[in-house]
Design a protein around this ligand. Sequence first.
Ligand SMILES: Nc1nc2c(ncn2[C@@H]2O[C@H](COP(=O)(O)OP(=O)(O)OP(=O)(O)O)[C@@H](O)[C@H]2O)c(=O)[nH]1
Ligand SMILES: Nc1ccn([C@@H]2O[C@H](COP(=O)(O)O)[C@@H](O)[C@H]2O)c(=O)n1
Length: 218
Amino acid sequence: MGPPGSGKGTISKRIAQNFGLQYLSCAEFLQDIGTANETEASVLVKSYIDKRMLVPDHVVTGLMLPRLEQLSGHSWLLEGYPRTLGQARALNELCQLDMVISLNIPYETLRERLSDKWIHPASGRVYNMTFNPPRVKGKDDITGEALVQSEDDKPEALMTRLRHYKDVAKPVLDLYKSQGILHAFSGTDTDRIWPYMNSILSAKLPAQQSESHLPPVA
Ligand SMILES: Nc1nc2c(ncn2[C@@H]2O[C@H](COP(=O)(O)OP(=O)(O)OP(=O)(O)O)[C@@H](O)[C@H]2O)c(=O)[nH]1
Ligand SMILES: Nc1ccn([C@@H]2O[C@H](COP(=O)(O)O)[C@@H](O)[C@H]2O)c(=O)n1
């Protein structure tokens, strides 16, 4: 968990890779559903994503929980779900989480990072002109296609997203705190937070697993 630009995507991928966890990003999962063949669910999901609004709890939960059930037997890392207390309660019904990570990053750092964030829309690959720049300016490393900046990452949008995050995340963080599974990390640099996170995760997780790919979406 963390506000926009806090490095959730960057750090989740690093954790998943280092500890051999199955990684599931809710935003990417919803994006895939929204662009898949037209069904009632895909049209509904797309309508929210296009407006950059949260898909209602019952819809996102109805999609995510069956996906997680397909991963039973694997250790997984979720990013972007649960976002609301309703989603957290629904997830609790399915399983007991081992650990929840929360990123506390100062506002000025979020603003700077996001103003420098570029994405390759088709793949979701994320770049930052100082932290992890593309090999060729403005082009995706793999496809060579153009990178874009999201409207969501502009300073005006950031304030709104931040306010919304604070309101919605607080009860979720409180719940996980009361369960004793919340680990918060503060700082301005992912690479400086990482060693602390790595050491806590190493103590919690069994020997590294070797799985690297998610089973396909049914
Ligand atoms: N300068 C700098 N940029 C970073 C650091 N860590 C991550 N970034 C970049 O900051 C931007 C935001 O990181 P993300 O991992 O996309 O953050 P997020 O929390 O998933 O963001 P949202 O999808 O907006 O919620 C990206 O462009 C990253 O490449 C860091 O330590 N320093
Ligand atoms: N639990 C969630 C997570 C994401 N969404 C939708 O995805 C968009 C992008 O999410 P970010 O995590 O990158 O901010 C977001 O604007 C929502 O449309 C969702 O609905 N529910």
